[in-house]
Write a new protein. Structure first.
Length: 114
């Protein structure tokens, strides 16, 4: 299952509510990722900001996009970024694929270079 990194910055209002009544945001993230067939791997808090970095396993990019839509539409966050992340083995396979298809690509104006 693909792994995604969700970086999110809470709004000042959300931060103020959490200070008044802390709750388990990892549990919320686990329930949300589970609702689209995924699972929570880890949730980390950035010390210097109102941010979290969450690692989740999700079935596909549709699930990742839906998750991002839920996070952004409430106004609870100022910023949400969702990125698929790769293991070293997956990245090596990407590099090998890129090398194999690179002869197909021509840069703009290639004839001038030849």
């Amino acid at each position: 299952m693909p792994k995604y990194m969700v970086s999110s910055t809470y709004s000042p209002g959300s931060w103020a509510r959490m200070m008044r009544m802390p709750d388990d945001r990892a549990q919320v993230a686990s329930e949300l990722s589970g609702s689209v067939g995924g699972s929570l791997d880890a949730l980390y808090w950035k010390v210097s900001a109102r941010c979290t970095v969450t690692l989740v396993d999700l079935p596909d990019s549709h699930a990742a996009t839906a998750l991002a839509a839920v996070l952004t539409h409430t106004g609870a966050y100022e910023k949400v970024e969702v990125e698929e992340i790769l293991t070293q083995e997956q990245f090596t396979a990407v590099l090998e694929l890129a090398e194999s298809i690179s002869p197909v690509f021509r840069v703009p104006g290639q004839a001038v270079l030849e």
